[in-house]
Design a protein around this ligand. Structure first.
Ligand SMILES: NC(=O)c1ccc[n+]([C@@H]2O[C@H](COP(=O)([O-])OP(=O)(O)OC[C@H]3O[C@@H](n4cnc5c(N)ncnc54)[C@H](OP(=O)(O)O)[C@@H]3O)[C@@H](O)[C@H]2O)c1
Length: 331
């Protein structure tokens, strides 16, 4: 597939919350063009499209994926539809940026990655945190081993929401629960820092009335006692700090999942804080990475590889296995 036009033509599949934020970022980027939006409801698609000066709106996802001018589709439906909707795009010749988690489980992820390979099309999980400039700084510091040998990663991502059985977050049928929605961020961060799979996992869970995890914690052991202590939750608010501790110092990232700052603390030195304000709303960085990959003819991103997405799904499968939490998609 050649992407030679002045702008990359995007399609938006599903007109919910996050699709709005992502579309705002695409509208900000001069190299991006929103060609069309698709919803299960034409009126909703039209209203959404008007907000971002999009000319074409479709009242079904099937019509959207058949638009010949679309080059890449952003899939922004609930988790349990990611496989089905991403396959629909690939089978119609479209590259895919799919919201996190890429699928519900690792079995589905492998199926999706296989389909992308067969169609020789780009596929990436939209784990936007990974592309933020503050995270690029973190990776730079880690590569320099500036804080020495890393022993501990601590990160929490718990949000307080009222219990609403109809919300996607608490609905078992829509693959709700803290782990797949917010817990994926600290798990992804630990994976990024240690760059290997944990050798053992210990997790705890508080299951709610709707059958999903309302709060869960994960202790990931990385082999020789290096550890990640992580939490995800939907009913309590935590600080959202990530801290990485090494033998020569530590790194603090406030609001790590939407990071705009990182502080380096080295033994015997004043702390050094670096700010990375978003150019737009933070989603511009992942969109840029996707378009750079497309221009270079890559079918995956090195910053968020498909193998990495599968590894994270596998990790979350194992955690859910420990609790016996099954979704309809689990075999
Ligand atoms: N990267 C991030 O920062 C971030 C933040 C929030 C969410 N997310 C991810 O994005 C995905 C969507 O989350 P969201 O918060 O945007 O959800 P949302 O507001 O509920 O929107 C989801 C959209 O999916 C479509 N949909 C199709 N079938 C549906 C069904 N049976 N029930 C409900 N919606 C259905 C709907 O679009 P139409 O009605 O237009 O068809 C709906 O508006 C999730 O996988 C989530 O993990 C990512």
């Amino acid at each position: 597939m050649q992407y030679q036009g002045e702008k990359i033509n995007w399609g938006i599949l599903g007109c919910g919350n996050i699709a709005r934020k992502f579309s705002e970022a695409l509208a900000y980027l001069p190299e991006a063009h929103i060609q069309a939006v698709g919803s299960r409801n034409l009126k909703k698609a039209q209203e959404f499209g008007q907000s971002y000066q999009v000319n074409k709106s479709y009242g079904s996802y099937e019509d959207l994926v058949r638009d010949p001018d679309i080059e890449i589709i952003y899939v922004a439906t609930p988790h349990n539809f990611h496989l089905q909707h991403s396959l629909l795009c690939l089978e119609n010749g479209k590259a895919v940026l799919c919201e996190k988690p890429i699928t519900v489980n690792a079995f589905q992820s492998r199926q999706l990655v296989q389909a992308a390979k067969e169609h020789q099309l780009f596929l990436m999980e939209a784990l936007w945190m990974r592309f933020l400039p503050a995270m690029a700084k973190l990776r730079e510091w880690l590569q320099e081993a500036i804080i020495g040998e890393i022993y501990l990663v601590k990160a929490d991502f718990c949000i307080r929401r009222d219990l609403d059985p109809n919300s996607r977050l608490f609905n078992l049928q829509l693959a709700g629960g803290a782990l797949l929605d917010v817990g994926i961020y600290p798990n992804s961060l630990a994976q990024m820092v240690f760059e290997k799979k944990p050798t053992s996992i210990y997790s705890t869970v508080k299951l709610g009335d709707t059958g999903v995890d309302e709060f869960s914690s994960y202790v990931l052991n990385y082999g020789q006692g290096e550890v990640a202590l992580l939490t995800g939750g939907l009913r309590i608010q935590t600080t959202h700090h990530a801290e990485i501790f090494g033998t020569k110092g530590s790194i603090l990232i406030p609001d790590f999942w939407k990071a705009q700052q990182a502080t380096l603390r080295l033994e015997g030195q004043d702390p050094q804080t670096v700010d990375f304000p978003f150019e737009c709303n933070g989603y511009e960085y992942e969109a840029r990475e996707v378009m750079n990959c497309l221009r270079k003819g890559q079918t995956e991103s090195l910053m968020m590889s498909l193998g990495e997405s599968i590894n994270i799904m596998q990790l979350m499968d194992e955690i859910r296995d420990q609790w016996g939490l099954k979704y309809p998609e689990d075999k």
